[in-house]
Design a protein around this ligand. Sequence first.
Ligand SMILES: *Cc1c(COP(=O)(O)O)cnc(C)c1O
Length: 396
Amino acid sequence: MSEQRVRAAKLDAADELAGLRARFVLDDAVYLDGNSLGALPAAVPGRVDDVVRRQWGELRIRSWSESGWWTAPERIGDRIAPLVGAAAGQIVVGDSTSVNVFKALVGAVRLAGEGRDEILVDATTFPTDGYIAESAARMTGRTLRPVAPSQVPGALGDRTAAVLLNHVDYRTGRLHDLPSLTAAVRAAGAVSVWDLCHSAGALPVGLDEHGVDLAVGCTYKYLNGGPGSPAYLYVRRDLQERFDSPLPGWNSHAEPFGMRRDYEPAPGAVRGRVGTPDILSMLALEAALEVWDGVSVDAVRAKSLALTDFFLECVAAYVPAGRVESLTPDAHAERGSQVALRCADAGRVMARLIERGVVGDFRHPDVLRFGFTPLYVGFGDVERAARVLGEVISSD
Ligand SMILES: *Cc1c(COP(=O)(O)O)cnc(C)c1O
């Protein structure tokens, strides 16, 4: 038995989160694609069945009040809040991340006020954020300027209205310095908007602690909400009264059933709602979030770093030298919960890995991505993934 296999067994035996695996529906594959679509939590199928058959099938319209459908966006927002370091009453769930990027960014420009004519956007952003930022800039008459996150402090100035950043780079797994970048944006008098898609559920975010203005994120990656589960929008409490959503729907009206001709925004996080919420997906997400009961995000972060460290160590041991190159920073302070390896013929290598029960993904043109979800990935899985990768690459 290899040294790494012995170490994996010891690490698994000492893993205090190992029991959480039982909260998911898993098979024999090593699933390292939870940064794209989290695995199915065991509580979800039964809940969805109840929502469909009883709440919808039997109670029908009564469920908007009796089954708590109407208030689900805020209630589930409050369930996500502790996972991203937010006090209750600041997060609302609904719509896709893309739509929430639009609400947050246009809202941020409006909060910044006239006279600030530039929007900074993460030059390495996930594409949708960039497309929407370009449109938001055009609509609000601002100029869009792409800047690498590390260059943001030098690019800020009196002209900066808003800054849209990804907390973790979806491609490389690099974690950006949210506390210091947020402080720099604030010091320049601009408004910060963070996209937490690849950090929420994987590491502590500390939205309130670090004074983040606005944030968005999806729930189908590390929060395991299921395909297309609704995203969320965070608006810091003291900004809520001034938050002027570019998508004011009847669901964010102060008196939604007043059916009034004039719009008057509701107070609080509800202001981020638009139209009728996607109840089936939303309540599947609510059941999925039960896996977090009693789980500390700090413990998840500690295990996540141990998993990615161990993966890099096993890759170095098993993969012939020079065949892969890690794009993920070695420093813990700069690492999210994934490892990205540059590799020749990455698309074919990933297809071989998947055939052999190691599921990661491929990002064009030459990147193998492996996401580590500490709630259900163990050290034995990590050792097996690296060993199979070594075998696949060596057999070429
Ligand atoms: C996954 C991801 C998205 C996805 O947006 P959708 O609207 O849910 O498709 C957006 N931004 C980032 C940074 C992501 O990683």
